[in-house]
Write a protein that binds this ligand. Sequence first.
Ligand SMILES: C[S@@+](CC[C@H](N)C(=O)[O-])C[C@H]1O[C@@H](n2cnc3c(N)ncnc32)[C@H](O)[C@@H]1O
Length: 254
Amino acid sequence: MLRSLRTIIASSKTRSSTNQPRRSGSSGSGGITRTGRRLGDRDKFFREAKAEGYVARSAFKLKEIQDKHKIIPPGGTVLDLGCHPGAWLQVACQSLGPKPKGGLVLGIDLQETEAPKQYCDDRVRIIQADATTLPLSFWDEHAPGGFHCVLSDMCHWTMGNSSDAFKSLQLARTAFIIAIGADSNSGDSGGVLKSGGNLVMKILQGEGTQEFAAELKVEFEKVAWVRPSATRKESKEVFLLGLKRRKKGIVDSC
Ligand SMILES: C[S@@+](CC[C@H](N)C(=O)[O-])C[C@H]1O[C@@H](n2cnc3c(N)ncnc32)[C@H](O)[C@@H]1O
């Protein structure tokens, strides 16, 4: 089943280790990013992440969103699209509360990823796959009950031109479609996000972002934008949130 997918399911055993090249914005040392920033320029958030045992400074972005909007309920189920190297997995698992509360965090990434030891427990599962090509049967197998929260921090390599915003919007749209389902003719059952659930998507601001936010208003009771303090000043990154999904199948068109 699902032969087209290269899936590796890993329960949380060891800390993330990969030989993959790092993206611009990651924490490697030496070299210069495409935006001209020195990779050695380690800021306050990088240092804090290291001190607190997070695998990336991005942990503070999700923490800020969680603190403001309580998107992940205790003992809830979370889908983390673009989970490598695992900082959001750490924050998501922490947000579930103590283990007896239960819950699940399912991480998906193109890159092989292992759940970081710190803050992750066996409620974290990771599958190596391309989120843009997952068939509907994948969700029946891996998330039959759906999710309380869908997160997408997915991004491509940035080129420093308008194609960055366009590509990020495409990835956000992938997350949106996974969450709320494709059009009614596609035969899906309304996506993996439970009624009342929350969706978080990273977007690089540009053409089409406001129109996309307007689409969210149809599906969610509230739409919000968050630009976390851990986002670098020069970045166009912003997080678009759909809060409290309206009842599946009942859409308020105004
Ligand atoms: C900024 S990183 C995510 C960081 C992560 N949230 C964390 O805090 O550790 C973006 C990730 O998106 C992944 N990604 C990009 N396109 C993807 C796709 N189509 N399917 C799955 N993952 C994708 C990349 O491989 C990359 O690891």
